[in-house]
Every structure is written in C-alpha cells, then in structure tokens.
Write a protein that binds this ligand. Structure first.
Ligand SMILES: CC(C)(COP(=O)(O)OP(=O)(O)OC[C@H]1O[C@@H](n2cnc3c(N)ncnc32)[C@H](O)[C@@H]1OP(=O)(O)O)[C@@H](O)C(=O)NCCC(=O)NCCS
Length: 198
C-alpha cells in the first residue's frame, strides 16, 4: 500500500536555487491597487515583446481579465527581511544595487488561473504564468505549475489547460518539458496561438 502514496512537497515555501520565497493566494476582485499595478507592469515587461504590434489591444484584454471575480491567483513573495539582507550582502560585496528596499514583502511573480468548463469538461485554465526576468530559470514556474496540477487534482478537475503564442518558443519549451501536449480543442490551425493540456 505504501508504494501507492503520493508525496507532494510543502507548497507554502520555495527554498532553492538561491531563492527563499513564500506563496500567497488572491482573487481578481480583491486585488490591492499596488498588486494590480505590479501585474500590469510585469505583463508589459514579459509580454510586450512577444505580442509586438498586438500588445496595446492585448493589454486591454489582460487588464479586464486581471480583475474578473473568477480570477484566482497565487503570488510569489520574497520576505523583505530576506530581500534587505541579500541587498546588504551585495552592497558589502561591492555589487551595484538597483532596487529600493520596500516596506512590504516584494512580489516576484504570479499565476492567474480559473476553474472553467472547456467543451463540457471541468478544467483548471492557466491564464497567466509570469516570473520576473531576474528569477526566471530558477524552478519557480515549474513549482507553480505543480501546485496548479495539485489544485486541479484535489478539485477533481479533468485537466489543466493553457494557451501559448506559437512565437513564445521559450514558454512552449517550458510546457513541453512539463509534459503538456497540444489539446484537441487548440486554435493552432487558425491563430498564432496553441492550447496545451496535461
Ligand atoms: C515561462 C516561465 C513561466 C517559466 O518559468 P521559470 O521559472 O523561468 O522556469 P523553470 O525554472 O521552472 O523551468 C522548469 C523547467 O523547464 C526548463 N526550461 C525552461 N525554459 C526552457 C527552454 N527555453 N527550453 C527548454 N527547457 C526549458 C528548465 O530547464 C526546467 O527544467 P528542469 O526542471 O529539468 O531543470 C518564465 O520563464 C516566464 O515568466 N517567462 C516570461 C512570461 C511567459 O512567457 N509566460 C508564459 C506565457 S504562457
């Protein structure tokens, strides 16, 4: 029997690859103004390039989606104590410091997901997965997707789905690595988008 037990890591904290962060949940209709500004800014930093001339219209869509009551969030935060300690160490070592220390714990990224019906199947749909450039490639994206899969499993959803732009090769490679495949409902034949599912 023991062999059938599945062990999930402790998802409240992530301490690996030089990061020490914790997770916090949120809802689209209860986001503080500073958090909304943070999301808008990170989306612009990460997605303006891949979207190119489509960005201004896409940005409007994303701003509406961001605050929808059905939008669920998991935020990644670095405690300000850890952040200040790291910055002090960097300054002592003569590394130039480009960030101000904040009173509030610093956000490093987030995932926006929803429970939806996709062609009559209940699924968790990942609307956004965004990490700040400085923390990309440190395992946080994979960690958040594992948590989303756990949430989907515990909520008896049938799949995890998301849409990626075909041009976003980096994200496509990331999801493929996590075993996501092209969904049968994917718009990829007509759009520059591709839907993936697990
Ligand atoms: C895409 C993104 C969410 C990935 O998160 P991340 O924290 O940078 O990725 P991780 O460090 O968790 O990588 C997880 C795995 O994917 C692999 N991977 C990441 N990028 C890869 C790439 N370009 N090619 C191949 N493998 C890749 C990593 O090597 C890692 O594998 P490992 O566990 O065997 O080491 C993040 O880079 C990001 O926010 N990008 C900008 C926004 C974006 O494009 N979001 C997706 C839009 S749908």
């Amino acid at each position: 029997m023991k062999d059938h037990l599945v062990h999930f890591p402790d998802f409240h904290k992530y301490e690996s690859n030089g990061l020490s962060v914790y997770l916090e949940s949120g809802n689209g209709n209860q986001l503080p103004l500073l958090t909304r500004k943070y999301i808008q800014n990170l989306l612009k930093v990460n997605m303006e390039g891949p979207y190119g001339p489509e960005w201004p219209s896409e940005e409007k869509v994303k701003r509406r989606e961001m605050v929808a009551p059905e939008a669920r969030y998991i935020f990644v935060r670095q405690s300000s104590n850890d952040f200040i300690a790291k910055k002090n160490m960097e300054q002592d070592a003569g590394v130039e410091c480009t960030h101000e220390a904040h009173n509030e714990d610093r956000l490093l990224g987030f995932v926006h997901y929803r429970f939806v019906l996709e062609e009559d199947l209940p699924v968790v749909y990942v609307y956004e997965l965004q990490m700040e450039p400085s923390v990309q490639g440190k395992g946080l994206g994979k960690f958040l997707m594992e948590l989303i899969e756990l949430i989907a499993c515990k909520s008896q959803m049938q799949a995890v789905m998301l849409t990626v732009q075909k041009a976003n090769k980096f994200a496509l490679a990331f999801y493929r690595k996590l075993r996501y495949v092209i969904s049968s409902t994917s718009p990829s034949r007509v759009d520059p988008l591709v839907s993936l599912c697990l």
